[in-house]
Design a protein around this ligand. Structure first.
Ligand code: SAM
Length: 304
């Protein structure tokens, strides 16, 4: 992230969630609040059928692009499905969203307001942009939401959470979707370690990551010219907006990697496995592809 510049990728995710919520044929993640956070132009575009058709049908010959969008929507669904399970089975009382971007959970779930404290952690510039938009729209934050500005690369998540009222003794669920690839691997490991040490009441972390095989695939001859070209274009765009990929994790060794950080890996779903996550009629044309995985790791309660 560039100093003082809000994330562009998180705005794209917000637009996609709003667009797909209004779609007639894709029901992966329902986010009726998303469009209220868009600019007036973005809001209008999410109601234009041609925009949806362009994204869903225009990319028919580019399944990788559809797969990439499918994964963005599925990660939102997976994170909240696992949260619901954890609330039921582990009596989770704190929900921490790392790199929350334009997440709307706190506004969509007033029914959980008296049972769950939500902590939205994000880069100060992105969080401020969101808060400015909320203020402009006259859209107040619910009482159970705590905003925590943080730069993961320079600040301690343990310190920032405790400064903002986090209770380490309560069972906690962490949603860390769409962020690990933008951080150096040492920072990703540091955040996992700090959460494990801090959360004496136990913590589950739902996260996604790009597999280390991605680099080899992009450089290999087995990748088509088109997919190598697309990947390079995407890398270039991400560099231009100040959000380049910085780390990849290894799906094969992920259980051992998690264990070394104090976690048991409970789920590690490849895009192939994610194709069965929902019935085809809910996925529509969006079939997950590529080397992004959705994972869930759990660290037991321990004496602080
Ligand atoms: C692609 S968005 C993901 C948004 C959302 N979590 C999702 O699943 O779609 C990446 C988010 O990571 C945040 N981020 C990137 N680098 C960060 C850093 N060094 N410290 C804090 N947040 C960071 C950005 O501000 C942005 O909100």
């Amino acid at each position: 992230m560039r100093d003082g510049q809000a994330s562009y990728t998180s705005r794209f995710v917000l637009f996609l969630r709003a667009l797909m919520t209004n779609s007639p044929e894709t029901h992966i993640f329902h986010d009726p609040v998303a469009e209220r956070l868009l600019s007036p132009l973005g809001r209008r575009l999410t109601h234009r059928r041609w925009v949806y058709r362009l994204m869903a049908r225009g990319f028919r010959r580019q399944p990788q692009q559809l797969g990439f969008m499918a994964t963005i929507l599925l990660r939102a669904r997976f994170g909240e499905d696992e949260l619901a399970r954890a609330i039921d089975t582990q009596c989770v009382r704190q929900y921490v969203i790392l790199g929350a971007g334009w997440d709307t959970f706190a506004w969509r779930r007033p029914d959980l307001m008296d049972r769950l404290t939500v902590f939205e952690l994000d880069h100060p510039a992105t969080q401020q942009a969101k808060r400015d938009r909320l203020a402009r729209e006259g859209f107040p934050a619910p009482d159970n939401l705590v905003f925590v500005p943080i730069d993961f690369t320079t600040q301690s998540i343990g310190v920032r959470l405790q400064e903002c009222g986090f209770d380490p003794a309560l069972p906690t669920f962490v949603n860390w979707m769409g962020v690990t690839y933008y951080l150096p691997k040492a920072v990703v490991e540091g955040v996992f370690r700090e959460l494990h040490t801090l959360c004496a009441g136990g913590v589950s972390v739902a996260f996604d990551y790009a597999d280390a095989g991605l680099r080899a695939y992009v450089d290999s001859r087995s990748a088509s010219f088109q997919s190598r070209w697309r990947r390079r274009l995407m890398e270039r765009v991400l560099r231009q907006v100040g959000e380049p990929f910085r780390s990849l994790l290894d799906a094969k060794t992920l259980p051992a990697w998690c264990a070394a950080l104090g976690y048991e890996l409970k789920q590690n779903l490849s895009s192939k496995q994610l194709r069965d996550y929902l019935p085809p009629e809910q996925m529509g044309p969006f079939v997950p592809r590529g080397l992004v995985y959705l994972a869930l790791a759990h660290s037991q309660a321990h004496v602080a």
